[in-house]
Design a protein around this ligand. Structure first.
Ligand SMILES: *Cc1c(COP(=O)(O)O)cnc(C)c1O
Length: 348
């Protein structure tokens, strides 16, 4: 096989959901965030697998993603849309029976005019200043919204991956001030918020990245394995160079393998010299620049060069690779390319 191979373990995603669910008490619902095509791994397959595990609520970023999830899981799941009710969304929200999380007075007006009686939730801003209704608008609209019966009132934490950050407590207090006493379900925590403990859990938690094996859920089961075939191996003599801009020079005679994966597959150039790939258990350094379709690897220390080298797996997770590239696991996951041969393991 000439292409790199991405294996996605759906049972590991289900196991991560179960492990996160176990961190909350029984009255707290654990939903699943499957935006950005399930963090790059297929929203349909992930949602279908989790639905079979008993997940009842899903969250997506935009309405069109919600339609895909609806087709995957059938009519009974609750599917929430973070971007709310945007212009031209009414048809897809209604036909797929999605629940927009209304973010502004404009969205409230649009929803009540264009989809009267249809379900909705409310997203409040508690300090992140990204998405959600401002406290003053909430004060003005609160009684109208409450009498219409939102399915969920939620907000999002800006710094939940840093447990000691004072922003967490500040946002928690603000969320209490804005919502204490309402008769509707509340949600504040994503993956990081679940790990902050029960004060942050309210009625529903919304993990995303932890399901897919990423930090801050450090106990996660790895979900993805990525291997790339070795196209050729050559001897590079001392003072010869490898790659664009002559970016690596051999000090001693070296064996360099070229594998079929590159930045067009989401292996961003920034990971260059600090990244490794694995031959079985043995790490092998990347040498030279990452090209569009190819990466060069120093394999001098191997007795035998295998047919495939492993880029992601148990030895190197998405966050390890992210660190080598100066980014975060979320970006590595959602950048995984369309050229990979994808295999889904586990029941689906
Ligand atoms: C992406 C997102 C989540 C999930 O966050 P993770 O850090 O991936 O768990 C939850 N809520 C909102 C509003 C989001 O945008």
């Amino acid at each position: 096989m000439g292409s790199a191979h991405l294996t996605i373990d759906l049972d590991a995603i289900a196991a991560n959901w179960t492990a996160l669910n176990a961190k909350t008490s029984d009255h707290v619902e654990t939903a699943a965030v499957v935006k950005a095509n399930g963090y790059g791994l297929s929203a349909s397959r992930v949602a279908r697998r989790l639905w079979k595990s008993g997940v009842k609520s899903f969250f997506v970023a935009v309405a069109s993603e919600g339609k895909t999830v609806r087709e995957a899981v059938g009519k009974d799941a609750d599917i929430y849309v973070f971007s709310g009710h945007m212009a031209h969304d009414t048809d897809v929200l209604n036909s797929a029976n999605l629940i927009p999380l209304l973010n502004s007075p404009e969205q409230v007006t649009r929803h009540f005019n264009e989809a009267p009686g249809k379900p909705f939730g409310v997203q409040l801003d508690t300090g992140m200043n990204r998405l959600g209704m401002e406290p003053d608008d909430w004060t003005d609209l609160r009684s109208d919204l409450m009498s219409a019966g939102p399915r969920l009132v939620m907000s999002h934490l800006a710094c939940a991956d840093e447990p000691d950050h004072t922003m967490n407590h500040h946002q928690l207090r603000t969320f209490h001030e804005l919502t204490d006493g309402i008769a509707h379900r509340r949600s504040l925590a994503a993956t990081g918020g679940i790990l902050l403990g029960p004060d942050y859990h309210f009625d529903l938690v919304r993990p995303g990245v932890g399901l897919y094996g990423g930090l801050p859920f450090s106990e996660a089961t790895p979900v993805v394995r990525l291997t790339a075939p070795v196209i050729q191996v050559r001897t590079v003599r001392p003072f010869e160079t490898v790659g664009y801009a002559n970016s690596w020079t051999a000090n001693i005679e070296s064996q360099v393998a070229t594998i079929a994966a590159g930045y067009a597959d989401g292996l961003i150039r920034a990971m260059g010299p600090r990244a490794k790939v694995f031959a079985g258990d043995v790490p092998c350094p990347v040498v030279g620049r990452v090209s569009m379709d190819l990466i060069t690897i120093d394999v001098s220390h191997l007795d035998e060069v295998p047919e495939h080298l492993e880029i992601l797996g148990t030895h190197q997770g998405v966050d390890d690779l992210a660190e080598a590239a100066g980014t975060i696991g979320y970006e590595i996951l959602t950048s995984l390319g369309s050229r990979y041969v994808r295999t889904y393991e586990g029941i689906a």
